[in-house]
Design a protein around this ligand. Structure first.
Ligand SMILES: C[S@@+](CC[C@H](N)C(=O)[O-])C[C@H]1O[C@@H](n2cnc3c(N)ncnc32)[C@H](O)[C@@H]1O
Length: 395
């Protein structure tokens, strides 16, 4: 437990009064000295698609190459990644790009934007904005319906502990919620006791991205829902979850700075903001559909022809299948928005109708920087798989 961080939050509340949950989350995750994200977190408490297998980056690279071609194969093709974390996705995209076309690989100008370094370039971008599990990590407000009206959950202190208190919502929170509840044919009415999140940061990022993009695509990959799904009566406890050592809990005021805090993304808010700011919504599909349309099944099929040891084969197969597992990362959503690309038909949105096997020219394999998901799942030890473990990690 990071006692210094929690003590500082308590001191702040003592002096200035209760803080919004969004402010609490900002400090708990991103405090420059002791916030959760100060130390690398992927692998410790959770894993993401890029950290699972390089086929993810390879298939994204195929989609990016198509955009690059559609906009006339410019000499410079900026790819701006928001919340790049350890940079694995960028490396996998650039590595695989070399295999697609050397001109494309040379054109890629990969720009990483992280919380404490890198920012969106000021020049208009003719290329791509991409993010994977970035929007779900942004600080969010929390509201509760109490006695017929919306109240905001604030963080305060009771004795030596952090605790929740309900107060009138901050400006902007009610307005945003009202817009989201009004998206369907009939306004959604939240039942008494309903608790949910209001993420003001995610649409702000989308507005900044839409402004910076002159031509190209915005690819947002994350777990989340449309507003109608997110604010449906059965989701009455909201979507906030904390991750610590691959287990989850709903206690964000505990283990401050030592656990991740996430919420599901409201994709309707991103779509609406994008459209207001000049982006066209091209598609909103699951990660499973996205990767299947880009040909992931051919990569799975090719694994058997690579001469891998049994451990390498199983580890690669397991990790690739994780990317499309329906109850797992396969259910993540992919939002594709474009600017000045009218009429473009994107590969990732076309269902493959030809089931014949098309072997990829190259199948990227797990490297040291990807997580050994298969070994972790089956607790493989030297004893259980004998000498083969010496082949891991593959070189
Ligand atoms: C869940 S991690 C995902 C990392 C990586 N994209 C992946 O898929 O493995 C979220 C990342 O978003 C970054 N992030 C959060 N807020 C940010 C901000 N305001 N600006 C830039 N990056 C931010 C975090 O530092 C963290 O690296």
């Amino acid at each position: 437990m990071k006692e210094g961080l929690e003590a500082r939050i308590r001191e702040h509340i003592k002096q200035d009064g209760p803080i919004s949950f969004a402010e609490f989350m900002e400090i708990a995750l991103y405090d420059q000295e002791e916030g959760y994200y100060v130390t690398p977190s992927v692998g410790r408490d959770y894993y993401t698609s890029p950290s699972a297998h390089p086929v993810f980056g390879a298939l994204v690279a195929i989609q990016l190459e198509e955009i690059w071609s559609l906009i006339g194969q410019p000499e410079s093709f900026p790819v701006v990644e928001l919340g790049a974390g350890r940079g694995t996705l960028g490396r996998d995209i650039r590595d695989y790009a070399l295999n697609i076309s050397s001109d494309f690989a040379e054109a890629i100008d990969y720009i990483q934007v992280e919380k404490h370094w890198g920012k969106i370039p000021e020049l208009p971008i003719e290329g791509c904005f991409i993010s994977n599990e970035f929007m779900d990590a942004l600080p969010t407000h929390i509201v509760v319906k109490k006695d017929g009206s919306i109240q905001e959950v604030m963080v305060t202190i009771q004795g030596d502990s952090l605790t929740e208190v309900l107060m009138d919502p901050l400006p902007g929170v009610l307005k945003h919620l009202d817009e989201e509840l009004n998206v369907g044919p009939e306004k959604l009415i939240l039942p008494e006791g309903y608790r949910t999140e209001v993420n003001l940061e995610a649409p702000r990022w989308m507005a900044a991205v839409a402004k910076a993009l002159n031509r190209g695509i915005v690819l947002t990959i994350d777990y989340g829902y449309s507003a109608t799904e997110l604010y449906s009566p059965e989701r009455r406890k909201g979507t906030l979850l904390c991750y610590h050592q691959h287990t989850y809990n709903e206690e964000p005021l505990q283990q401050v700075g030592c656990q991740d805090i996430t919420t599901h993304v409201d994709f309707t808010a991103l779509i609406r903001t994008g459209e207001k700011k000049g982006l066209s919504t091209k598609g909103f599909i699951t990660q499973r559909e996205f990767l299947n349309n880009l040909g992931i099944q051919h990569y799975i099929r090719s694994l058997g022809n690579l001469g891998l040891s049994s451990l390498e084969y199983q580890a690669n197969l397991y990790a690739i299948q994780e990317l499309i597992r329906s109850e797992g990362m396969g259910s993540f959503r992919v939002l594709l928005q474009t600017k000045r690309m009218e009429g473009a038909k994107l590969k990732s949105l076309q269902k493959e109708t030809d089931s014949r096997y098309k072997p990829p020219t190259m199948v990227p394999k797990l490297r040291l920087e990807h997580l050994p998901l298969y070994q972790a799942k089956y607790s493989l030890t030297e004893k259980t798989i004998g000498e083969e473990i010496s082949l891991w990690p593959p070189t």
